[in-house]
Design a binder for this molecule. Structure first.
Ligand SMILES: C[S@@+](CC[C@H](N)C(=O)[O-])C[C@H]1O[C@@H](n2cnc3c(N)ncnc32)[C@H](O)[C@@H]1O
Length: 344
């Protein structure tokens, strides 16, 4: 038995347990102070671990990233749509449709071949991937385009928004007063912008003309938010479908299952129609309803969309070209489009 424990036992019987413990603590503290005086701590060496200066930032969970992106408020494409510092696009939700394996540019390229448009109009040029498909006299509009492809057509480009373009007299002069045979609307991915683009474009279309809207078939609701959260972004342009379906039963509408975010073909156009401009203010609140957006399950599954093959194989395109070459009046085109309603 050590001297310390003999002394401790003796003390406990004479002055009691609590007093003995207190004495013991004081003795330990005194010994530590003495040890520091005799041997002060060594100066900091290069190898000594440095105390952490800042706590490493905890990684955001997917839900937190979606929330942070929502607050960052990236609404739009082009110059203003850069990913905010410190954030990354959220991984998308799963897709519910069966892919056709057909890319939107393949579909648009096939339409160029079938329709052989004399004049092509494009909203949303970006790097010129879709523009490069045109062999017609062409106008392209985009406030932030940076073309990196070879272009094979007689094109005039406008570095401005589509709204500004349509508000400027003479911007269609490149077409010398002649109407558009094929138009591709792929600008701002917000429903009210896409509807305005459609309304304004329709006024310039030829009787056998076709408008294709991009991104009308988002693959999940996350991709369809107005505030961008995912790398591929469809936005909420899909809402335009309901407006056209309700207010323009005279149009022939063909949703097409293309990758990535669907194509939406509209024919049977009527440049004199004022219906959409009359209802625009009434539908605006519905179109610009804030996030979250919830896309109908049927639309996500693309169960009412057509496979590109039957649309492109239809005999309607040759008929329309023939009527166009004969300068047939608008009424003669109308009956032809019904072939596109009955596709499998
Ligand atoms: C998805 S990209 C177009 C891609 C191109 N059509 C293609 O398929 O290769 C969308 C483009 O729309 C442009 N954009 C954004 N807001 C616009 C607006 N208000 N009017 C016209 N273009 C707009 C962006 O600058 C961007 O380059």
């Amino acid at each position: 038995m050590s001297i310390r424990s003999v002394v401790g036992t003796g003390l406990r019987t004479t002055i009691g347990r609590a007093e003995t413990e207190q004495l013991r603590r004081r003795e330990v503290a005194a010994r530590r102070r003495l040890a520091r005086l005799i041997a002060p701590p060594a100066p900091e060496s290069n190898h000594a671990p440095k105390p952490p200066t800042a706590k490493p930032k905890p990684k955001l969970t997917r839900e937190e990233m979606i929330d942070a992106l929502g607050r960052a408020g990236v609404e739009g494409l082009g110059a203003g749509s850069q990913l905010p510092a410190g954030l990354s696009w959220a991984s998308p939700d799963p897709f519910e449709h069966v892919s056709s394996g057909f890319h939107k540019h393949e579909f648009l390229g096939a339409l160029h071949e079938l329709l052989q448009p004399r004049r092509y109009f494009e909203i949303g040029v970006d790097q010129g991937q879709s523009l490069t498909l045109s062999r017609a006299r062409t106008i392209g509009v985009d406030p932030a385009y940076r073309i990196t492809r070879s272009i094979h057509c007689d094109v005039q480009t406008f570095l401005q928004t589509s709204d500004d373009f349509f508000a400027t007299d003479g911007n269609f002069d490149h077409f010398e007063g002649q109407p558009v045979d094929l138009a591709f609307i792929d600008g701002m991915h917000l429903a009210e912008f896409a509807l305005r683009d459609f309304m304004n474009t329709e006024k310039h279309m030829s009787p056998g003309g076709a408008i294709v809207l991009d991104d009308m078939l988002p693959r999940n609701s996350l991709e369809a938010q107005r505030i961008r959260r995912t790398s591929a972004w469809a936005g909420d342009v899909y809402k335009v479908h309901e407006v056209l379906r309700r207010h323009r039963p005279d149009l022939t509408i063909v949703p097409v299952n293309t990758e990535p975010t669907g194509s939406y073909l509209v024919v049977g156009l009527d440049p004199s129609s004022t219906v959409l401009s009359e209802v625009y203010d009434d539908v605006l609140a519905e179109l610009s309803s804030p996030d979250p957006q919830t896309v109908d399950a049927d639309w996500l599954r693309r169960s009412t969309a057509h496979a590109p093959g039957p649309v492109l194989e239809s005999s309607v395109w040759a008929q329309v070209r023939e009527l166009r070459d004969d300068n047939a009046p608008a009424e003669e085109f109308r009956g032809r489009w019904s072939a596109l309603h009955d596709l499998g």
